[in-house]
Design a protein around this ligand. Structure first.
Ligand code: PBG
Length: 326
């Protein structure tokens, strides 16, 4: 009997053969590393739900940045934890707000590093929502004004990219107009265009101390059940002038990453969020999975799904592991 079948294993016969036909690759330039900058002194707290991730004060930033540069990371994403919070999140847009100070520091000492500023209010408001609140309502248009002020303050401090994560409608249009008017026509916007209301943000809310004090974010972040809504969100951000599109979280939404990659011609960024990071850490610390192999598989899965860039807390580890395998 003559069987007809293909011998796929021909291309898997050795490590070099596999390398020859590998379709996707991870590189240090693919990663954006998030940093939590804590207003205060002598602070370097490991986040209990995110082993290996630290909140650092400005006086520890030099050492942290040296470590980042030594790893070969080229871009950082800044989040701030201010000393004081209020109803309007004033420290988000204050000239001496913690993200503005950290940006100035990094651009002075490490000018080649790309500083991406997260533009949101939830770490700065006492109610923990990403906009202005009236009663239990999160107001859209009133929030835009404060987000524009925040983006302009960040650009003024030297941020290379503005990354609004607040999910108010019209935030890209408002921020683009505000930046242009203030003379920052060359600063790109990396929009959190497709951001789901996700349980995977849990550990981040501990790290950034920005959990909502009432209700949830479901009136502004997206329903995890929806796909068409992702097209609508991405379309309007493109029309409003976004330069990059972020999909967030990563792992449970790789179908959406592929959709966005196939349908839009902007760089696609996947945010491998805190919960994804912490799940792997927890399992690895228990000895249940191989951390290196699992993380690299997750990250290459994101590239395969269409990510051009990945925001990940595992960037340092990943780059170190990739070098080990060279
Ligand atoms: C702020 C913001 C959040 C994350 C990034 N920016 C939290 C949220 O929307 O509640 C989550 C990042 C992560 O989980 O790693 N709006």
């Amino acid at each position: 009997m003559e069987l007809q079948f293909s011998r796929h294993r021909k291309l898997r016969s050795s490590a070099n053969m596999r390398a020859l036909v590998r379709e996707n690759h991870l590189r240090a330039e693919d990663f954006i590393y998030p940093l939590f900058i804590y207003e205060g002194e002598n602070i370097r707290n490991e986040v209990s739900s995110m082993p290996g991730v630290f909140q650092v004060s400005l006086d520890h930033l030099q050492a942290e940045m040296e470590d980042i540069v030594a790893h070969g990371i080229k871009s950082v994403l800044l989040f701030g934890i201010p000393k004081t919070k209020d109803a309007c999140g004033e420290q988000a847009y204050h000239e001496h707000g913690i993200v503005q100070e950290a940006t100035r520091f990094i651009k002075e000492k490490f000018p080649e590093i790309i500083v991406v500023a997260d533009t949101c209010l939830c770490e700065y408001t006492d109610h923990g929502h990403c906009g202005v609140v009236e009663g239990e309502k999160i107001l859209n248009d009133q929030s835009l004004e404060l987000l524009v002020k925040t983006a302009v303050a960040q650009a003024k401090a030297g941020a290379d990219i503005i990354a609004p994560s607040n999910m108010m409608d019209g935030f890209v249009a408002a921020i683009r107009a505000g930046l242009d008017e203030a003379g920052y026509t060359d600063i790109p916007i990396m929009s959190y265009a497709v951001k789901y209301a996700s349980a995977f943000y849990g550990p981040f809310r501990e790290a950034a101390e920005g959990a909502p004090q009432f209700g949830d974010r479901k009136t502004y972040q997206m329903d995890p059940a929806n796909r068409m809504e992702a097209f609508r969100e991405a379309e309007s951000d493109v029309a409003e002038g976004a330069d990059f599109l972020i999909i967030k979280p990563g792992m449970p939404y790789l179908d959406i990453v592929r959709d966005v990659k196939n349908n839009f011609n902007l760089p696609v960024v996947v945010y491998n969020v805190s919960g994804e990071y912490s799940m792997v850490k927890a399992a690895a610390l228990n000895g249940w999975i191989d951390e290196k192999k699992t993380v690299l598989e997750m990250l290459i899965g994101m590239k395969r799904a269409g990510a051009d860039l990945i925001i990940t807390y595992a960037a340092k580890d990943a780059i170190r592991w990739l070098k080990e395998d060279e």
